[in-house]
Design a protein around this ligand. Structure first.
Ligand code: DX5
Ligand code: ZN
Length: 230
């Protein structure tokens, strides 16, 4: 089983000092940077694009950047994110007319590829492309906003996705996104996840940009996960 990776979603960071926020959360022990791209079309919100990804790289961020595309169309923007320094590029299958082609495009650009599943999206989209994904991302909220509550049915879906990945024998990460906090991360790990996105759970209320709070919350998450053996 792959090591557990904590992926703070910068959607909940202070955008006015984004470089510093990312530095602080990585120094506090986070593993990868989750980068939410919203287009006010596929989802009803608008966030950040390749320029910001590139700015983080120029700022000196060397950790993997996990670009979660909530955009339609997908393909046009993939090469731009590859050039901007994305490590992973994941997309929602409903947003691409040619899922296999988009997965190949992402890998062809030198990035790791992944499919993202909304709460009501079936895992069967994986059936014929399992060998073309490096990451399966299950949404435990409907995409578009931070700070929503974890949808409980995602636990069974996680177990199902874990079985599919294990049976494939392939090296694929299983990421969870939405409503992940220190108090439910153990249960999420037990259901099979190995990569944990958390936005408001890490940057959210009370943190006030105080980097020591990031240390505390990430330590709490790791302690909670340490109690779970797989
Ligand atoms: C939602 C985004 C998430 C979001 C998670 O569409 O994909 O990455 O930032 O936020 P929290 O952890 O607050 O649910
Ligand atoms: Zn996300």
């Amino acid at each position: 089983m792959a090591e557990d990776l904590i992926a703070p979603s910068i959607l909940s960071a202070d955008f006015a000092k984004l470089g510093e926020e990312v530095d602080n959360v990585l120094a506090a022990g986070a593993d990868i940077v989750h980068f939410d791209v919203m287009d006010n079309h596929y989802v009803p919100n608008l966030t950040i694009g390749p320029l910001v990804c590139s700015a983080l790289r120029k700022h000196g961020v060397t950790a993997p950047i996990d670009v979660h595309l909530m955009v339609d169309p997908v393909d046009r923007i993939v090469p731009d994110f590859a050039k901007a320094g994305a490590t992973y590029i994941t997309f929602h299958p409903e947003a691409s007319n040619h899922i296999d082609r988009t997965l190949q495009l992402i890998r062809g650009e030198g990035c790791k590829s992944g499919l993202v599943f909304n709460p009501a999206t079936p895992l069967s989209y994986l059936d014929y492309v399992m060998d073309k994904v490096d990451m399966v991302l299950l949404m435990s909220v409907n995409p578009g906003f931070g700070g929503q509550s974890f949808i409980p049915a995602t636990m069974d879906k996680l177990r199902q996705a874990r079985r599919m990945i294990d049976e494939s024998g392939l090296d694929i990460r299983l990421e969870i996104d939405g409503g992940v906090k220190a108090d439910n991360i153990a249960e999420i790990k037990a259901a099979g996840a190995d990569t944990y996105v958390s936005g408001s759970g890490i940057f959210g209320k009370g943190n006030d940009g105080d980097p020591h709070r990031y240390d505390t919350i990430i330590r709490q998450m790791r302690e909670a996960m340490a109690a779970v053996s797989r």
